[in-house]
Design a protein around this ligand. Structure first.
Ligand code: PLP
Length: 919
């Protein structure tokens, strides 16, 4: 709109679509309801020349001609005019303006003030609002009084008929959801200072739930970045009012400073508004469920829909709903930080109003611009967590939140109430270790000396082996070949190990004969020191392990790791007597992470038997529609993260015993499953381990060449080559880095079609292998496997791990015919290799659920693949209240089949035992 045309438009009646024309004089139509108004973008004064259904984007800064309605987009633009017309319509307003952000909207409004004016504002305002008020206080000479707006009387002392120029309110406030009686305050102020302008920030409600102009406000603004847009894809603010004089000044400022909304953002905002009502309905229904849930756990929860929320009745009079923002207090800032960090579905982000749910800690995020002392003075708790609920399935949102609360140690299971309750831990000092201790319910269940079946996957290095030693990123993924561990109680005060795959090694010890003098136990919740306890290692090697000959080196070191963990994790008064058997479906010593999967199994078994971790009992589910707890547990990710972290820490200790200086990749894959990218510290690149999210399971053929390797020698060989031919080796390392980067990108890209992913991986595999050959770490047997898979099958193969023997990996495309795969397997067996068909990227650590009703279900319904199926939700856990594990015969029940089931049948046998819980 042309600048000079604005006054005419300002006086025009804007909300011209509240009700259609009566059909007949006798039967009038009802007014349109809000959602109809929202979805119907129509401006009879601005008919589109082509009848377009959606308002076009007039992406132009200027308009031709001199007498047209529009001349320059800062002053007016047709797309923005449509938007403003629509906003006015749904806000009960005569005038609406769209600007570049919520803060820009407030800025435009605050420019109504002049030096010497006074403003009365709430004391629980959005942080950015405070910041801007602070600015005008110091730079414009305006006095700002912050008062508790929950009590209209608290404003009275500050209302001055000559000086009070503006009252700035939010209701409900963000993040404490305090309610201000907008109607009473407006009336009080108007009576005492008729010239004061009542301004309301309505962002938390949107026009759908609250229209303050109907309650006496003069100006209302929204950060349209929030609910009005709904998708977090634009920034915008809108200002509405009914008074022509105010509208004129606002229009002047917007044109003068040039912060009107751009055409493309006007278009997007208009599109977002069409679904405002339907989004809001869903979001606030779920918010209510979440608020009820937190309240029922015993957390102090702020939400206007909860009984007893201060000002609830006032809010109900003014607003049409409670909105979708709530907050709760945990009693500890540290605990809150852990909860916020522990959610996956709830994104950590400032802002709200989006279709995706968000979690944040206002004091360190959105309200960090208010200094700590002021926050404290205004009663903003440092531990406050704000939840902004989106449109996701409420089950998933509750499930994710519950996992995080549990993981952080904020809730625990209460047997009497059969539900989770809040752990009252005002100090919140060490929530994780507390959680780990609290999870140690095994003892209470009489299960600490019982049978546990655990399993963990092996790994393949898909890209970057050898180069990883020199700071290049390696990509590792779990394989569907696993190590299984079983603990069986003994009644003779002895401890024994049985390693099937290390020459069927078996050894037992009297527990009292172990070198207890040499052990410094690590108390529950504490971590192992960086260095191994050499005194204990020496004592074990010279004592209980001295009888194992050098010919049984692998068994000796595995026993050493087992006894070391057993002793260092022991409490002096409780030394459980049991046998630990380990069996694997993956080849041992072939570079497939068999030792890490053993370490993860042994660590888990020992932690369980020492009562350091246990499987949380879960509540009887109830329906979220009724506002109570419901937890859906998939087999995958049913083990809370403190358990995974604790096991991983101890599996790493075991790996140190087995390997001296492990990278930590193998045990992390064994515990967490999936795929990860690892870069060693100490080089220029960013180091660390990064899970590759969204990794899709891939089929591989792993072929064990059965040629033993000397990893140390191979690694040293590459190092030497680097010294002798630095240019060549460095350029190979750079290329391998780009291969790893490319693979990581492709594996994590949810948009990439599967066929393209497989093609890309296939090319990268061939390339990476070529470089490993140049580095001199291949072997004739590996080249023979590669040739066999390439001709005539056309498959891509590379060596994996150290090379020089060990295994080769071959990518099997989805459409590779089963009969061809069978032929290839037969060919390889004929050539005396050991092929394994496996999928890559599956579950990590698994523990067979101890709850009896999940045991001994039909193998068919509980196969490993089945429990992992994407998107499948297994039935919620319903533990029997009279749960009690019976020792005795049953305790020995699994040992015989575990030790005698065939190698081929082991996976299926284990799967058929019942429900497996995975990390
Ligand atoms: N008002 C409230 C209540 C807010 O929460 C925000 C932003 O978070 C704003 C105003 C400022 O809006 P914007 O970020 O769009 O400038």
């Amino acid at each position: 709109m042309a600048t000079n045309a604005q006054p005419e438009k300002l006086t025009a009646v804007q909300h011209d679509l509240p009700t259609p024309e009566p059909e007949s004089p006798f039967r009038s139509r009802k007014p349109y309801r809000f959602s109809t108004l929202c979805a119907t973008v129509e401006n009879p004064d601005m008919k589109d020349q082509y009848g377009s259904s959606s308002v076009p984007i007039y992406q132009t800064s200027t308009f031709k001609g001199v007498a047209g309605e529009y001349d320059y987009s800062r002053s007016g633009n047709p797309t923005r005019s449509h938007l403003e017309h629509h906003i006015a319509k749904i806000s009960s307003a005569a005038h609406a303006f769209a600007v570049s952000s919520g803060m820009a909207a407030l800025d435009v409004i605050l420019r109504l003030l002049k030096p010497g004016d006074e403003v009365i504002a709430g004391d629980d305002l959005y942080g950015g609002t405070n910041r801007l008020l602070g600015y005008i206080k110091t730079h414009v000479g305006v006095t700002v009084h912050h008062v508790d707006t929950t009590d209209p009387a608290s404003l009275h002392p500050y209302i001055n008929p000559d000086k009070t120029a503006m009252v700035l309110l939010e209701s409900p406030t963000n993040p404490l959801l305090k309610i201000a009686d907008l109607a009473t305050i407006s009336k009080d102020v108007k009576e005492r200072a008729p010239n004061a302008v009542i301004v309301v920030d309505n962002t938390m409600m949107s026009p759908y739930l609250q229209r303050p102009l109907e309650h006496g406000a003069d100006i209302v603004y929204d950060s349209a970045t929030k609910y009005l847009s709904g998708h977090h894809d634009l920034m915008s603010g809108v200002v509405t009012c009914n008074r022509d004089d105010l509208a004129k000044q606002i229009a002047f400022t917007i044109n003068a400073v040039g912060n009107a909304l751009t055409p493309i953002d006007s278009f997007l905002l208009l599109r977002g508004i069409k679904t405002l009502a339907i989004r809001m309905d869903r979001q606030q229904t779920t918010a209510h469920i979440v608020a009820d849930y937190l309240h029922s756990l015993g957390f102090r929860t702020h939400y206007p829909g909860l009984p007893g929320h201060p000002g609830k009745d006032i809010h109900a009079r003014i607003a049409d709903g409670n909105g979708a923002v709530l907050s709760f207090e945990t009693g500890s800032k540290t605990l809150s930080e852990k909860i916020v960090a522990g959610t996956r579905l709830w994104g950590i982000s400032v802002s709200f109003g989006c279709v995706n749910s968000l979690i944040s800690m206002p004091c360190v995020m959105s309200h960090a611009s208010i200094d700590a002392a002021t926050r404290a003075a205004r009663g903003l708790p440092e531990d406050l967590i704000r939840l902004c609920v989106g449109i996701e399935d409420p089950h998933d949102l509750l499930d994710d939140l519950e996992r995080s609360l549990l993981g952080a140690g904020a809730i625990e299971f209460d047997e009497v109430q059969n539900k989770y309750v809040r752990v009252v831990d005002p100090e919140g000092t060490d929530a994780i270790s507390r959680a780990v201790q609290k999870l140690a319910v095994g003892k209470e269940l009489g299960y600490d000396a019982g049978e546990w079946v655990v399993s963990a996957p092996g790994k393949v290095i898909l890209f970057g082996e050898h180069a990883v030693v020199h700071g290049v990123t390696a990509i590792a993924a779990s394989v569907d070949l696993r190590c299984y561990g079983l603990t069986s109680p003994r009644n003779d005060h002895r401890l024994s190990v049985h390693f099937h795959d290390i020459d069927n090694f078996y050894l037992e010890w009297n527990i009292d004969s172990l070198p207890w003098d040499a052990v410094t136990p690590v108390p529950a919740g504490e971590e192992h020191p960086a260095d191994l306890d050499q005194r204990l290692i020496d004592a074990l090697l010279q004592g209980p392990l001295s009888q194992i000959s050098d010919a049984q080196k692998s068994a000796r070191v595995a026993s050493l790791a087992f006894l070391y963990l057993y002793m260092i994790l022991s409490k002096s008064e409780e030394r459980p007597s049991f046998n630990f058997s380990a069996r694997a479906t993956l080849p041992v010593g072939a570079g497939l992470g068999s030792s890490a999967s053993f370490s993860a199994c042994a660590a888990t078994a020992i932690l369980l038997l020492h009562g350091r971790i246990s499987i949380p009992k879960l509540p009887v589910p109830t329906d979220p529609a009724t506002g109570h707890i419901h937890v859906s547990h998939q087999g995958r990710r049913a083990l809370p993260s403190p358990i995974a972290e604790e096991v991983n820490r101890w599996a790493f200790v075991s790996e140190k015993i087995l390997h001296g200086n492990p990278s930590g990749v193998d045990n992390s894959v064994a515990v967490y499953g999936g795929a990860l990218a690892y870069t060693r510290p100490g080089f220029t690149r960013k180091s660390g381990m990064e899970a590759i999210q969204g990794f899709k399971s891939l089929k591989f053929l792993l072929t064990n060449s059965k040629v033993p390797r000397d990893t140390k020698k191979l690694v040293a060989g590459v190092g030497e080559k680097k010294t002798n031919e630095p240019e060549l080796v460095n350029s190979i390392l750079d290329t391998i880095q780009s291969i790893s980067d490319e693979a990581k990108r492709a594996l994590a890209d949810p948009e990439l079609p599967r066929e393209s992913l497989l093609q890309a991986l296939s090319v990268l595999i061939v390339e990476n292998h070529g470089h490993l050959v140049t580095l001199g770490v291949s072997h004739p047997s590996l080249e023979a496997i590669r040739t066999r898979t390439a001709e005539p099958y056309g498959l891509s193969t590379k060596l994996t791990g150290a090379g020089g023997g060990g295994c080769a990996v071959t990518l099997i495309p989805d459409d590779f015919k089963p009969e061809h795969l069978q032929n290839l397997v037969d060919d390889l067996i004929r050539e005396n290799y050991e092929p394994y068909i496996t999928s890559v990227g599956g579950s990590g650590l698994g523990i067979l659920s101890p709850y009896p009703e999940h045991r001994n279900r039909g193998a068919a319904s509980a196969t490993h693949e089945h429990t992992q199926a994407e998107g499948q939700v297994t039935p919620p856990e319903t533990p029997a209240p009279e749960y009690q594990i019976q020792l005795g015969d049953k305790a020995k029940a699994l040992r015989v089949p575990f030790e005698t089931t065939s190698f081929e049948g082991l996976t299926e046998w284990a799967s058929g035992l019942g429900k497996w819980l995975y990390v």
